[in-house]
Ligand binder design. Structure first.
Ligand code: ADP
Ligand code: UDP
Length: 237
């Protein structure tokens, strides 16, 4: 399957049409942004890492019963996926306090929750992705109640799988963001990516950050952390 015209260029990926109207190619870039696009940079090798890690995890998620957009990895950076209309919600699951949760509620990072939390933000750059609840999402016709129930079910299933997968390689899954989409047949599937750009990963023993917070907070060794995550998952030497 070959790339045809570019349909979209986002902050971290490009999306290309193919000869099949129901399939697109996502191409992962090394570009990194943070703080609503205010901070910009490059993380060398990130595109390839995020592509391979996302596909590795989505393949396992399919086997665990979560439908995804994945069709076939085409190269280091490029993957063939089902074209979906993205449900404009960022679905965030948290197991441990960090980031905006700690800031908003005035609690330190690192509090382990008894049960995971879920929240939605409206994926809308002009409005800076405001937080909303399921009633707001339905009122705004971003999704139906049935779709939201399914998205919640899948998101918690992803958490159960990913938490165990990470723990097995010495990593605490702190929090992560998912996006879902609707296929041409109307099926809700997991889309976008699962990577150190979209998850917080901490070393189980030292709590060392192995994710994009190293870039956001200028902690150094950003590339090293992404590579370490690949090693932990058995995807690199
Ligand atoms: P952003 O748009 O936030 O800058 P990216 O740079 O990651 O994000 O761009 C990738 C875009 O492709 C995102 O808007 C994402 O919602 C969208 N996308 C992800 N998977 C699919 C898919 N299977 N079909 C169509 N669009 C997708
Ligand atoms: N996240 C993301 N994209 C976003 C916002 C958040 O991938 O646009 C991820 C982020 O990497 C973290 C989780 O979602 O793993 C929770 O992020 P948080 O709300 O704490 O926001 P942040 O601290 O990134 O502003």
């Amino acid at each position: 399957m070959e790339k045809r015209e570019q349909l979209y260029e986002g902050k971290a990926k490009k999306v290309f049409a193919t000869d099949d109207p129901n399939l697109v190619i996502v191409s992962y870039k090394d570009d990194a942004t943070a703080f609503d696009g205010l901070k910009k940079g490059t993380i060398t090798g990130k595109g390839s890492i995020n592509n391979r890690m996302t596909n590795f995890l989505m393949k396992k998620l399919e086997a665990a019963g979560v439908p995804t957009h994945l069709v076939e990895e085409l190269s280091d950076r490029d993957t063939l996926v089902k074209k979906v209309s993205i449900v404009p919600l960022e679905v965030i699951i948290r197991n441990v306090s960090a980031g905006s949760f700690s800031k908003k509620y005035g609690v330190p990072e690192g509090i382990v929750f008894d049960a995971p939390t879920i929240e939605f933000s409206y994926k809308n750059d002009d409005l800076h992705d405001p937080l909303l609840n399921a009633y707001h999402a339905v009122a705004l016709k971003l999704a139906t109640w049935e779709e939201i129930e399914l998205i919640k079910k899948y998101a918690f299933a992803v958490n159960d799988f990913l938490k165990a997968e990470m723990l097995a390689c010495g990593v605490t899954l702190v929090d992560f963001k998912l996006e879902f989409g609707k296929t041409a047949e109307g099926q809700i599937v997991l889309a976008d990516e699962i990577s150190p750009d979209t998850c917080r990963f901490w070393d189980v023993k030292t709590n060392e950050k192995l994710d994009k917070d190293r870039f956001r907070r200028d902690l150094g060794n950003v590339e090293g952390a992404y590579h370490e995550m690949m090693k932990r998952l058995g995807l690199a030497e």
